[in-house]
Design a protein around this ligand. Structure first.
Ligand code: S3P
Length: 434
C-alpha cells in the first residue's frame, strides 16, 4: 500500500519521458529496416523494454550508447528475424503484443506469446480475426486471450478490413502484416487514431496511401521489399499521455506553475488538452514547430478554476488513455461533467471505467456510470480523499490516484505503484513531495 499525500504546489521545468507509441514503433521498424537506426529520447520504461527484449530474442542487436545517450538498432531487414528460443513475454504491453503479432504472422517460424496477469485478460481476437483473414494462423487461450501461438505463414494475402473499434493497435497489426502480404492491404478507420505506424513506415520507405474516410482514413499499404533505416538520428518527443498527469496536478494544486518542453502535439493525441482548455485551464502553448513531421509544442501550466464539461464520444480516440486523469480534473471542477463513449476503457490495462468510478467514490466524489458514459459531480476544489485506489496492475490508474491525492485534503492509498515503471520511470522525481 502506498500513501499518496497532498501536495502544496507543483513547480518547475519538468522532464517527461519519450512517447511510448513512437518508442515501440521505432524499435520495431528499426529492427526490420536495412541499416542502422539511432534514437534519442527513447522511453526506457518496462513496456518498451518488452519490445526491445522481443526483437533481441529474434536476433536483432539493440544497444544503448551511454556516452551519446543514444539507442542503436542494427536492423536485420524485413526477412532477417530468427526464431526465438523461448516464449516471448510481452509483460504488461498491449502495444507490443498487438503490433508484433502482425509481423510474426508473416514469419517462417512459429512464435509463442504470453504476458503478465493484466495482459492475459485483454482481448486478442481483435487482431487474430483480421490477421486470420490474411491467412495468418493463431491459437489462443479461451475467450481470445493470451497465451497465444502464432504459426508463421510467409504467404499472407492482402485484405480490405474496416475496424470495428477505433484502435491504432489493430490498424497497426494489419498494416504490419500488409508489409509482407501479397498485393495491397487496406484498413478503413471511420475515426482517426494515432498515425505513427503509417508515418514512420512511410519515413522508412514503405508505400502507404491514406485518403479521408468519414472522420478518419482509408490506408492502403503495398507489399514491401525493403524498409530503410532513417538517415538522421530519430528524436522521440515527450509523451502527451504522460504529460497529462503533471498537467492536471498543476491545474488543481494552488500556486502551481510548470513548464514542459518538446511535447508531441499530434491532433490524434491532444484531445485531453482541447477539453482542459474548454474547462478553463491555464495552459499556454509556445514554440509551436514541426520536426521530422511530428508537431511539437512547449507548454506552460498554472493553477486554474476549472468548470465542468461534456465530452462527445467522437472525441475519445484522441484521448483514449487520458480519461482517468481527465476524470480527476472533473472532480475538482465546478459543476457536473459527462464523458461519453467509454466502452473501450473496459479493455485497457484494467477496466478503467469501473476503476475510475471506484477511485472517485472512494475519494468522496459523487459519480456514476450511465451506459458507456461517466457522470462526475465536481467539488469546486474540495476533494476529501482518504480512500483507496486499486491500480490493478494499471500504470495510468496508479498515476491518476496520485494526481487525485495531490490537491485533496487527506491523500489516498494506492494498492501498488510499481506499474508506473511501464511508462513513466521518473514519475516520482516529478511528484517529490509524495
Ligand atoms: C496505442 C494505442 C491505444 C492506446 C495504447 C497505445 C498505440 O490503444 O490505448 O496505450 O501505441 O497504438 P488502442 O489502439 O487499442 O485504442
Amino acid at each position: 500500500m502506498y500513501h499518496a499525500q497532498p501536495l502544496n504546489s507543483l513547480t518547475g521545468n519538468l522532464d517527461i519521458p519519450g512517447d511510448k507509441s513512437t518508442s515501440h514503433r521505432i524499435i520495431m521498424f528499426g529492427s526490420l529496416a536495412t541499416g542502422i537506426t539511432k534514437v534519442r529520447g527513447l522511453l526506457e520504461g518496462e513496456d518498451v523494454m518488452s519490445t526491445i527484449d522481443a526483437f533481441r530474442a529474434m536476433g536483432v542487436t539493440i544497444e544503448k550508447d551511454h556516452t551519446k545517450n543514444e539507442w542503436i538498432i542494427n536492423g536485420v531487414g524485413l526477412h532477417g528475424l530468427t526464431e526465438p528460443n523461448n516464449v516471448l513475454n510481452m509483460g504488461n504491453s498491449g502495444t507490443t503484443t498487438r503490433l508484433i503479432s502482425g509481423i510474426l504472422s508473416a514469419q517462417k517460424f512459429n512464435s509463442f506469446l504470453t504476458g503478465d496477469d493484466s495482459l492475459i485478460t485483454r482481448p486478442m481476437a481483435r487482431i487474430s480475426d483480421p490477421l486470420t483473414q490474411m491467412e495468418g494462423k493463431f491459437i489462443l487461450k479461451s475467450k481470445g486471450r493470451l497465451p497465444m501461438v502464432i504459426q508463421g505463414n510467409p504467404n499472407l494475402k492482402g485484405i480490405e478490413y474496416e475496424l470495428p473499434h477505433a484502435s491504432a493497435q489493430v490498424k497497426s497489426a494489419i498494416l504490419l502484416a500488409g508489409l509482407y502480404a501479397t498485393g495491397s492491404t487496406t484498413v478503413k478507420e471511420p475515426i482517426a487514431t494515432r498515425s505513427y505506424t503509417e508515418d514512420l513506415l512511410r519515413m522508412c520507405g514503405a508505400s502507404i496511401k491514406s485518403i479521408p474516410y468519414k472522420k478518419g482514413f482509408i490506408h492502403t499499404i503495398e507489399q514491401c521489399k525493403e524498409l530503410t533505416a532513417p538517415k538522421d538520428v530519430f528524436n522521440v518527443p515527450a509523451d502527451p499521455s504522460s504529460c497529462a498527469f503533471p498537467v492536471v496536478a498543476g491545474l488543481i494544486c494552488k500556486d502551481s506553475k510548470i513548464t514542459i518542453k518538446n511535447v508531441d502535439s499530434s491532433p490524434t493525441r491532444f484531445g485531453i488538452y482541447d477539453i482542459l482548455l474548454q474547462m478553463g485551464a491555464n495552459i499556454i502553448y509556445t514554440n509551436k514547430r514541426t520536426v521530422a513531421n511530428i508537431p511539437l509544442v512547449d507548454m506552460e501550466i498554472s493553477f486554474s478554476e476549472l468548470t465542468a464539461v461534456e465530452v462527445d464520444s467522437d472525441h475519445i480516440p484522441s484521448m483514449v488513455d487520458e480519461v482517468p486523469v481527465l476524470a480527476v480534473a472533473c472532480a475538482y471542477a465546478k459543476g457536473t461533467s459527462i464523458i461519453n463513449g467509454l466502452k473501450e476503457l473496459r479493455v485497457k490495462e484494467s477496466d478503467r471505467l469501473q476503476g475510475t468510478l471506484d477511485m472517485l467514490l472512494s475519494a468522496g466524489v459523487k459519480a456514476e456510470i450511465v451506459g458507456d458514459s461517466l457522470h462526475i459531480t465536481g467539488t469546486n476544489n474540495n476533494v476529501q480523499g482518504g480512500g483507496e485506489v486499486m491500480a490493478n496492475l494499471d500504470h495510468r490508474m496508479a498515476m491518476s490516484g496520485i494526481v487525485l491525492s495531490s490537491a485533496s485534503k487527506d491523500g489516498m492509498e494506492i494498492d501498488d505503484v510499481s506499474p508506473i515503471q511501464t511508462s513513466f520511470p521518473n514519475f516520482f522525481e516529478i511528484f517529490p513531495a509524495l
